[in-house]
Each structure stands twice: as C-alpha cells, then as structure tokens.
Write a protein that binds this ligand. Structure first.
Ligand code: ZN
Length: 271
C-alpha cells in the first residue's frame, strides 16, 4: 500500500510538469472507490494550478475547485506526454495540454473526487479527520506527547490510527519505533516525555529519508515517471524477520498487531 513518502514522491515527480496545464478531457475505465462528484465536462478547459499533498491524498488545485486523488491499496500514477492507449487497470486519465495523468489501480480502492473547495463538505469528508502532517511545522513535540498520553493502545497501533500524526503507515511505524528504541507493543500512555521526543524525531527522520530515497519499492511502487524507490534496501527492521539487527546483530523478530506485521529488535527495543 502506498504510504505518505510514496505519495509525496509521486507528487514531486509530476507537480512541476502539470502545473499550468489546461484540461482537455477526462477518460474513465472501470469505476473507482467513489464517484467523481461532478459532471466531467465542467472540468474541461480549467487549468491545474498546482499539486499539493495532505496525508495520502494528492490535491490537484484547479481554477475552480480541486481534485482529490487517492492511490488506495494498489494505485500508482503516471504522467507522460505520449502515454499510448489506456491499459486494463488504467481507470482514470486526465488529459492535459502538458501530458496525461493516469491512475493505474488493479484493485480499484483508489479514487478521484472533485470538491468545490478544500473546506467544502465533499473535501472535509475525506480530509477532515486527518492528524497533523509529520513533515510540516504543525507537528510539534508538546502536542504529540500530549496526544500519546491520551491513547490507551500499543504505540504502533496509535501511530497507524493516524489521528495523533497522519501518514505513518506500517513500514515506517516499524522503522521509526526501531530508531527511537521503543517496543511496538508498549502502551502509548506509558511513554515518557523523553521517549516521545525520540519518537517524534525518529518519525520525521524516517519519513524524510524515505522521500529522499524515492520511496519504497516493496509494493512495486514507482513514481509518475516510472522510477522505483530504494528505501527498503536500507530498512532497519521492516521485512527483515530472522536477519541480524543492523545495530546489535540479534535476529529481528516479527509479530502480528491488528492483522499487520510488525518488525522489531528485541534487544534494541526492550520496552
Ligand atoms: Zn538490535
């Protein structure tokens, strides 16, 4: 599943190219998770002003309103001046004067939704409950530490829930907890201020590093130019069950938490 770094890498790989491009037409394959929410013809002739990201949504700002694009479980986006005909899993194409933005999504949990504005009910239904951005200025230690004190669950589950901070998915939660030396099963309420501070810094560090590395290729991820990322090559614990910890050489362990795999080092992450 594409996580925040992959969505950010995707954004950076086409945002400059599509900016200012006039929309010529929209093409659809099979239905995606949610309907577009407007008459497609009303978008034709508008320009894509720019591309932002909020959580795992790409926000394409138009002259009037915006398109919210989500990659779902298996989606990826390509942007090309000469893309050729749409394939079996290409379910949405935004044809512009600068090229075609295409969503390929075999499982069709992805979506493209129009909203008249970011504060409209249509947009807030999707964005309204997202926590703060981990790479933004609003991710403040005091608030994060306070939020953790109010959560009863294991810290990894609290991170995945996305309300204390958005976009720390399965891969990056394991990695950040390793970097902070925190056992993923530790109750969030029990983390001291000092440990919350280490986790806060680790989340920023792991996510920025992943963006820098072009994201992960664990789920066949590639950016809008078809280039894959390299983050997993240096993952400390994720996907490394039984292999020696890169710090202490103890075998990395894996457990299930909420039906997702968690990876940790029993020595570096004692509690
Ligand atoms: Zn270790």
């Amino acid at each position: 599943m594409p996580e925040l770094p992959e969505v950010e890498v995707t954004r950076r790989s086409f945002a400059d190219q599509i900016a200012g491009a006039r929309i010529a037409s929209l093409e659809w394959g099979k239905p995606l998770r949610w309907p577009l929410g407007c008459e497609p013809s009303t978008l034709v002739g508008q320009s894509v002003v720019g591309v932002r990201r909020r959580g795992k949504y790409l926000l394409l700002d138009l002259d009037r309103g915006l398109l919210l694009l989500h990659l779902g479980m298996s989606g990826s986006v390509t942007f090309s001046a000469n893309p050729g005909p749409a394939g079996k899993h290409d379910h949405f194409s935004l044809c512009t004067a600068h090229g075609v933005l295409r969503l390929n999504d075999p499982r069709r949990f992805g979506a493209v939704v129009f909203a008249p504005g970011e504060n409209s009910p249509q947009a807030q239904k999707l964005l309204g409950r997202l926590g703060v951005e981990p790479l933004g200025e609003d991710f403040v230690l005091d608030d994060f530490a306070r939020a953790l004190k109010q959560r009863k669950g294991p810290i990894k589950q609290v991170l995945l829930a996305g309300d204390a901070v958005v976009g720390v998915g399965n891969i990056y939660a394991s990695e950040a907890l390793f970097l902070a030396g925190i056992r993923p099963t530790t109750r969030a309420t029990r983390l001291s201020r000092a440990r919350a501070a280490r986790l806060h810094a680790a989340i920023r560090s792991v996510l920025s590093r992943a963006v820098e590395k072009g994201g992960s290729t664990l789920r066949d991820f590639s950016n809008a130019q078809g280039e894959s990322g390299h983050f997993q090559l240096e993952a400390a614990v994720y996907g490394r069950a039984g292999l020696p910890c890169r710090v202490c050489a103890s075998p990395v362990r894996t457990i299930r938490q909420g039906q997702r795999s968690t990876f940790f080092c029993p020595v570096c992450q004692k509690s």
